[in-house]
Design a protein around this ligand. Structure first.
Ligand code: ZN
Ligand code: MN
Length: 256
């Protein structure tokens, strides 16, 4: 049975919605440089892959990914100066989010999970959710969970993935976590022979506008992905799927 909403007819979709335990997952990514070794769609591909594996654990359906995200920031995604990075204004992202949530609510969706794979999206997704909820009113039965998937990594998983100590999520752009997950989910899209070996970027505790592109490593990678492996990707994917599934079962009363 497919978990893809886009593969269903409206009739089949409506039938699935008769069951109150249905969970709709909305993956959100970006089209953003991810170094010379990972594809531009990495954040969209990973949020969709994780949403799909969670959906198979539940009575889940995955909506088409929001594949463009908010502007890449130098200290978290390398910045906007790379070819390929294609971003939305914050208001555009918030409004697309609001619009699709309003449509899902009209269909009768009661359990929605927004699965974010691009750090810079988070407040604009939050704004879209808030605008939709305000419009729907408090009597509407829709509940929404918003999450950034990496926040579900446990200490134990991180200690396996980073045996020499976890440097923190801040510089994990196109680095060990994303490269390992891509080696697990989409191995054909990873160019391991192009993996840059660099020292972690060292940013000051402030931002400058126009962007100081010279702060950002030329490769676009913010710390080395040298320790990445498909095995680490599998370990993370399994633990993330299990933990996200558990949180959904905990928060949505109609979901077992
Ligand atoms: Zn990313
Ligand atoms: Mn990103």
């Amino acid at each position: 049975m497919t978990v893809l909403m886009s593969a269903l007819s409206w009739v089949a979709y409506q039938e699935r919605l008769q069951d109150d335990s249905l969970v709709l997952l909305l993956p959100c990514g970006a089209l953003e440089q991810h170094g010379p070794h990972l594809p531009l769609g990495t954040d969209a591909l990973l949020s969709a892959a994780i949403a799909q594996s969670v959906a198979t654990n539940l009575n889940g359906l995955v909506a088409p990914t929001l594949s463009y995200g908010y502007k890449s920031q130098p200290k978290s995604g390398g910045g906007q100066h790379f070819p390929g990075t294609t971003s939305l204004d914050g208001q555009s992202l918030s409004q697309i989010t609001r619009d699709v949530i309003r449509e899902f609510a009209r269909h009768g969706v009661k359990n929605l999970v927004v699965v974010d794979g691009h750090y810079e999206n988070q407040w604009f997704l939050t704004e879209g959710i808030d605008l939709a909820m305000r419009e729907l009113g408090t009597a509407h039965p829709l509940s929404i969970m918003r999450l950034e998937y990496w926040d579900f990594c446990t200490e134990e998983t991180l200690s396996h993935v980073f045996p020499d100590g976890f440097p923190g999520f801040a510089l994990e752009h196109a680095a060990v976590i994303e490269t390992s997950l891509m080696l697990h989910f989409c191995p054909d899209l990873v160019a391991l022979d192009r993996l840059p070996t660099i020292a972690p970027a060292n940013f000051p505790p402030y931002d400058m506008y126009p962007t100081r592109t010279e702060w950002v490593p030329q490769s676009g990678v913010l710390s080395s992905a040298k320790g990445a492996s498909a095995e680490k990707g599998r370990l993370m994917a399994e633990q993330l799927t299990e933990s996200i599934t558990k949180a959904i079962r905990h928060e949505f009363s109609s979901v077992q």
